[in-house]
Design a protein around this ligand. Structure first.
Ligand code: MN
Length: 708
């Protein structure tokens, strides 16, 4: 008989009516399918799915989830098929196993894109049945627990992905303990030195801290007894990752983090939570600004509690959390706790108000075509906490922290955003850039003369608003290009000594011959993608068409139609000094007297100043095999600490990029700013360098510098 490592006992403990036979059959099938396979830990493979299932018993999930967890790797790693699972266990379980498999499988194709697509899939399946993501999270948690034997490079990759995606998802779904454990494991593998030194230091002070907290606990218990409110008082400690976060974000030493331990009180009703808060505040002095009422305004993942920090004996600060038993369960189990209320069918997360954010993500994921773009946007939304603001009609809107008036306007309606000139916030006039605070009432002000500009994108926080502005500017640009194309063609006909009205009467013929529509033709001419000479050859076949300045330059480059392929700089081709394009950037060529062809990044602000004369624009593309490295200016902000420049430059060198120029200065708020020029092969190479540098301690931000 196959060992179940105690799994069945754990299921029947919370679900006495569970179909033990079904679970046993899944165990046997999983054992058979994985027979002979071993994990990197050396254990038989079966131990992995069983322990994944065991994690799910801690969330007290149903048999279908447990069975699917036992089978979750069979479709990917064994000869087992979906049909077999349908026959043996039915459609519901096959759907769950298939959902988990699909998320894993996609990664194998092309890392970045596949990863993005797989998360899209994951979110879609979440909305259909949240059990898929619960199994996936349990799988990832067990993989993180057993990460040690893998090669370091792989460990780093998995830990990074976990920290960026899975821990935030666990947080968003309210799975408190899974999030905490994932984050600590990530810290252990991503910043091992820091992690182990923290563990050691925290352990060193633990005895003294425990005794102190025990004293406070006894005191508060005695006070509660007097009023006869049922309450359980427990000590709690902060987890390593949140200590680390606090130290880095506030630039603190461990000794300055006062809330390493705190106290949690669990009671029966909401009323008693507030009563207990009153008792705490009457015994000890609360610290202003530290009281948070997450009962009245729950966090977006459903979390509810009262938080307060008070000054206890000896002037020490202690944080108290007060919540009911139900709130506690939601804090630990999140969506899994909700799921149990609705047992009997798959939970439709999209219809559940506590998970409105999920519905929002799904809504705009349909508007974003590019998977990578979606993933980047998703990361932003997963990481930022929320801010709540009211419309003038009293409707509460949830937005990521740092959202501006303009984000708010777009959240209500795209038209409102496009014409927003500012807002009245709690009766005070503010600009569209104004960052919103919790609880503010916002009345958006618009004007028909107001239109979006590119620099809006710089301060918009929500993906929805950003893509709306991008969409609008794209359309506007096309409209402008068509207009310019129309004017330029007329001008050229006049230059050739003809009347545009007469000549353009023949335009339909020319369009037919060229095989394009009218708008398309004008836009191509406007963009400089199609030469005017080519169009005129159809409109004025008998006339000799004099080559324009641009055509003369193009002939010297040795190109008549199609895009010019850019390898590097030469006599006729120059890379613009304003925007410093590098391979991978979208680019456009500009013909300049006395210079030849100057290549700009296609959204370079200098191009707009050139008035975008299409007659001088040329379509250009990068050579598929870039030959020499390209210089690109970047800026790095760090905390002003000794050795940080050394760490930054060796991280850049490790990422195989050269530093060709460096200039450093410090700012008043004890930050350092490095202006560097580094040499990279491609935009992707630059992104790798940025990621490597931003991962360093004390580094706040690194970005490319353009257009100065
Ligand atoms: Mn697995």
């Amino acid at each position: 008989m196959v060992t179940d490592y105690g799994l069945i006992d754990k299921v029947t403990a919370y679900r006495p009516e569970a179909d033990v036979h079904l679970i046993r059959r899944a165990l046997e099938l999983s054992a058979e399918a994985h027979a002979g396979q071993r994990r990197a830990t050396g254990h038989p493979y079966l131990k992995h799915p069983v322990e994944v299932a065991e994690i799910l018993t801690q969330l007290r999930m149903d048999e279908a989830t447990i069975v699917a967890a036992l089978l979750h790797d069979t479709l990917e790693d064994t000869h087992f098929t979906r049909e077999q699972i349908v026959t043996e266990f039915g459609e519901e379980i096959a759907y769950l196993v298939d959902g988990v498999t699909k998320i894993d499988k996609l990664r194998l194709i092309n890392r970045e894109q596949a990863q993005a697509d797989s998360f899209r899939k994951m979110l879609v399946s979440m909305a259909r049945d949240v059990r898929v993501i619960l199994i996936k999270l349990a799988d990832r948690l067990h993989n993180m627990r057993t990460l040690a034997p893998l090669p370091d490079e792989k460990r780093q990759r998995i830990a990074q992905e976990t920290l960026e995606i899975y821990a935030p998802i666990a947080n968003r779904l309210g799975l408190g303990w899974i999030k905490v454990e994932l984050e600590d494991l990530c810290l252990r593998y991503l910043k091992a030195e820091i992690y182990f030194s923290l563990v050691k230091q925290v352990a060193a002070g633990k005895k003294v801290r425990d005794e102190y907290i025990q004293g406070v606990r006894t005191l508060v218990e005695r006070e509660i007894e007097r009023v006869n409110i049922p309450a359980e008082v427990v000590g709690r400690s902060k987890h390593m990752y949140s200590i680390y976060q606090k130290m880095t974000s506030r630039n603190l030493e461990l000794g300055q983090v006062y809330d390493l331990s705190g106290i949690r009180i669990i009671t029966d009703t909401k009323m008693h939570c507030y009563a207990l808060l009153g008792i705490i505040h009457s015994v000890w002095q609360p610290i202003p600004g530290k009281f948070k009422d997450y009962i009245a305004v729950p966090k977006s993942n459903g979390y509810q509690s009262l938080h307060t920090t008070v000054v206890c004996e000896g002037g020490k600060r202690v944080e108290f959390q007060v919540r009911t038993r139900d709130m506690h369960r939601v804090a630990e189990e999140g969506i899994a706790a909700h799921w149990k209320y609705k047992e009997g069918g798959p939970i439709d997360a999209a219809g559940d108000d506590a998970f409105r954010w999920l519905r929002q993500i799904l809504e705009w994921q349909q508007e974003v075509a590019d998977g990578k773009q979606f993933l980047d946007a998703l990361k932003v939304d997963l990481f930022s906490d929320s801010v709540f603001a009211y419309t003038k009609n009293g409707e509460l809107l949830e937005m990521p922290r740092g959202s501006t008036v303009l984000d708010f306007a777009f959240a209500i309606h795209t038209e409102l955003g496009l014409h927003c000139v500012g807002a009245s916030v709690d009766g005070k006039l503010v600009s569209p850039r104004h960052v919103l605070k919790n609880g503010q009432t916002v009345e958006v002000l618009t004007s028909n003369d107001q239109f979006p500009s590119r620099d809006w994108i710089g301060f918009l926080k929500t993906s929805r608003a950003r893509s709306a502005v991008k969409h609008w500017t794209k359309q506007e640009e096309r409209r402008r290009t068509i207009d310019v194309g129309r004017k330029v063609l007329a001008r050229e006909i006049r230059r050739q000594g003809h009347s545009p009205e007469q000549v353009l009467a023949d335009l339909p013929k020319a369009l037919a011959a060229l095989g394009v529509g009218e708008e398309q033709l004008y836009s191509e001419v406007g963009y400089g993608k199609r030469s005017i000479g080519e169009v005129l050859a159809h409109l004025l076949p008998e006339a000799r068409v004099r080559p324009s300045f641009k055509e003369r330059i193009m002939m010297r480059i040795g190109k008549r139609d199609g895009a010019v392929v850019i390898q590097g700089e030469d006599v006729m081709v120059h890379l613009a000094g304003c925007c410093r394009p590098i391979p991978g950037d979208e680019i456009i060529g500009h013909v300049k007297r006395g210079k030849g062809l100057v290549v700009h990044v296609s959204d370079c602000s200098r191009l707009e100043q050139l008035d975008f004369d299409p007659e001088l624009m040329v379509e250009v593309v990068w050579d598929a095999h870039p030959s020499s490295p390209h210089a690109v200016p970047v800026r790095v902000f760090t905390r002003d600490r000794t050795g940080v420049l050394g760490r930054v430059s060796s991280a850049i060198a490790d990422a195989k990029a050269n530093i060709s120029h460096a200039q450093i200065h410090t700012t008043e708020d004890r930050k350092a700013c490095f202006n560097l020029t580094i040499e990279v092969d491609h935009v992707r190479h630059l992104q790798r360098v940025i990621r490597a540098v931003e991962r360093l301690p004390d580094v706040l931000e690194m970005h490319r510098v353009r257009g100065e």
